[in-house]
Design a protein around this ligand. Structure first.
Ligand code: COA
Length: 260
């Protein structure tokens, strides 16, 4: 598949998706958004891909937000469509039952911070900066950021970021639970690929059902979530990989998963 603003590299069941618009700090214009939708739709149905790493091209930015030149053309009607389309694309990423790891290699601002929030795990380079500067433009986050950020880091911290438009550095993002780990920029991709390959080596049906079970936490009550968890657990018990995983442990050997 040919993309103008994305690079996709698949190796050993891990896809690396790179947003490739470094001259505009990888900001998300509509073409890039459409390509993200196309790429993640393709990844969803591609049986050879188990885990995704999402990053930005260059050493300066993951994604510096929505393309402000395009934002400038919105009116009330187009603004709603713009927000709903972005939400749809980021929901596709969040609801993908294959883990998506954001390797945040620089600025993650506005839609870039929101994109990282739609990923399942966030790793950051030491030079990364996070922020929701939309208020500086007279708007609010519109790609799910008001919801995801608030759920992830609590309402006081989310309010502060969204209302002040201030940027925080990677260490502060780590301190407030926005990212899992911070690495030197030169090590970020190796660490992201190491984690991706570790996850890709597990029984993939269990991985997918785990992602679904964790993701449902914001949709349902704890009681309903536990009912769902029991159903997903039961599905795991019906897989060949479950038989193999438990047998291998008892036989003191490494399991050979077939993803069946
Ligand atoms: N949309 C469109 N273009 C953007 C952009 C965005 N969100 N962010 C950066 N760019 C472009 C700049 O216009 C510039 O293009 P040019 O060289 O054609 O003039 C290029 O990317 C480099 O950015 P520049 O501002 O020169 O880099 P910097 O190092 O001085 O500043 C930032 C970096 C991230 C602080 C600054 O680019 C910025 O504030 N960007 C906007 C962030 C934002 O508000 N995002 C939320 C949008 S909802």
């Amino acid at each position: 598949m040919n993309y103008q603003n994305l690079l996709i590299d698949v190796k050993d069941n891990v896809a690396v998706v790179t947003i490739n618009r470094p001259d505009k700090l990888n900001s998300l214009n509509m073409l890039t958004m459409d390509e993200l939708f196309g790429a993640f739709t393709w990844i969803k149905s591609n049986g050879n891909i188990a885990v995704v790493v999402l990053t930005g091209k260059g050493e300066k930015a993951f994604v510096a937000g929505a393309d402000i030149a395009e934002l400038n053309t919105l009116d009330i009607i187009k603004g709603r469509e713009f927000s709903e389309r972005g939400q749809q694309i980021f929901n596709l990423i969040e609801n993908l039952d294959k883990p998506v790891i954001a390797a945040v290699n620089g600025f993650a601002l506005g839609g870039g911070c929101e994109l990282s929030l739609a990923c399942h795990i966030r790793l950051a380079s030491a030079n990364a900066k996070f922020g929701q500067p939309e208020v500086n433009l007279g708007i609010i986050p519109g790609y799910g950021g008001t919801q995801r950020l608030t759920r992830l880091v609590n309402s006081g911290r989310a309010m502060e970021l969204i209302l002040t438009g201030d940027m925080i550095d990677a260490n502060e993002a780590f301190r407030i639970g926005l990212v899992n780990h911070v690495y030197p920029l030169s090590e970020l991709m190796d660490k992201a690929l190491e984690m991706a390959n570790k996850i890709a080596a597990k029984a993939q049906q269990a991985i997918r059902l785990a992602v679904k079970s964790v993701n449902i936490v914001d949709e349902v009550s704890s009681k309903e979530g536990q009912i769902y968890e029991a159903a997903m657990f039961a599905l795991c018990c019906g897989t060949e990989d479950f038989q193999e995983g438990t047998k291998a442990f008892l036989e003191k050997r490494k399991p050979l998963f077939k993803n069946k």
